[in-house]
Design a binder for this molecule. Structure first.
Ligand code: DDH
Length: 294
């Protein structure tokens, strides 16, 4: 009803958000964690919070912060993201007014920028589910062992085309795979806390060899003799360079960093807004389906 909409809290103000952004920035440096930064895992948290969206049923998406509940939070696809959520608890404690759904998506945007990436458009005002009855089903996030048709199946469901799939995949410039989380192992690039288009250049320029890990998981590997480092690619990472309609975008982003930054900013911003309905005049969120009883 309309009365429900008018009871909705106003989105946070710019100065409130600025304080949150600063506190997110302050926790990015984590000398004892991974490559010394919380940034990559925060970006993955933002993506997985939003990547459950299904346009046909208009369910899933970042609104709701369903990962607070075991069904979504303990989904094996989200293994490791508890580290990201824990890093952000200090910010939530300091700014209790911010919703988890806003905090998780904003943290991804702040991390991308702090690691040298573009300004991703972001708007606040998301609400958190009051109970776990609206959680999206498991199985909506991509499976790294599969190919381009699977990527289309998953990302078309969110409303993304081939170009957008490739641009989004460029997030794998950041961070690493953890054998105890996904079963895959290693980083894609040599500077995994620095946003760049290096991932696309490495996909195209190196000779990737299949490798079976001790757990039986198959990935691709390149050993760089000069730096004595081993880099990795997932089967899905190489699939985008083999698909006739995605490959030209891998080539374009490998050659043109500015184009990649612009397209990544647009598509990551779009991802974080999936399923969110706003009053165009005020920016207030109009979704009412987060409340108990629908
Ligand atoms: Fe990803 N990703 N991702 N990814 N991802 C992993 C890590 C990270 C896939 C699989 C994996 C996106 C798309 C895909 C990030 C961002 C994004 C890992 C390793 C797997 C596996 C997890 C672990 O072991 O800790 C697959 C498959 C796809 C796809 O099909 C396209 C997208 C769209 C993004 C995004 O942010 C826009 C980031 C960042 C990481 C590194 C996390 C970390 O802890 O470091």
């Amino acid at each position: 009803s309309t009365s429900e909409n008018t009871e909705r809290p106003a989105p946070p103000t710019d100065s409130q958000l600025e304080a949150v952004r600063e506190d997110i920035l302050a926790l990015l440096k984590q000398p004892d964690y991974d490559d010394g930064s919380a940034g990559p895992v925060l970006v993955r948290l933002a993506w997985h919070s939003a990547g459950t969206y299904d346009k046909d049923t208009d369910t899933g998406g970042s609104n709701g912060a369903g990962m607070r509940y075991p069904y979504e939070g303990e989904d094996p696809a989200n293994a490791g993201l508890e580290h990201a959520r824990l890093f952000l608890e200090v910010v939530k404690k300091k700014h209790p007014w911010i919703t988890y759904s806003d905090l998780w998506t904003l943290a991804g945007v702040v991390a991308v920028k702090a690691m040298g990436g573009p300004d991703v458009p972001w708007q606040g005002g998301r609400t958190d589910f009051v109970d776990d009855s609206k959680l999206p089903p498991r199985g909506r996030l991509p499976d790294a062992a599969q190919g381009a048709d699977h990527l289309r199946h998953i990302f078309n469901r969110m409303g993304f085309n081939d170009q957008e799939i490739v641009a989004l995949s460029g997030a794998h410039n950041l961070g690493r795979c953890h054998i105890d989380r996904s079963g895959f192992d290693g980083a894609w690039v040599n500077s995994p806390t620095r946003f760049s288009n290096q991932y696309f250049r490495l996909i195209r320029n190196l000779e990737w060899k299949p490798k079976v890990l001790t757990n039986g998981v198959k990935q691709f590997t390149y050993y760089d003799e000069d730096t004595e480092t081993e880099l990795m690619m997932l089967p899905t990472d190489l699939a985008i360079n083999q698909d006739p309609s995605m490959e030209p975008w891998v080539a374009a982003y490998a050659e043109d960093k500015d184009r990649f930054y612009a397209d990544f900013a647009a598509v990551f911003g779009k991802l974080l807004e999936l399923g969110i309905k706003r009053d165009s005049a005020t920016g207030h969120i109009l979704n009412t389906d987060n409340e108990k009883g629908g």
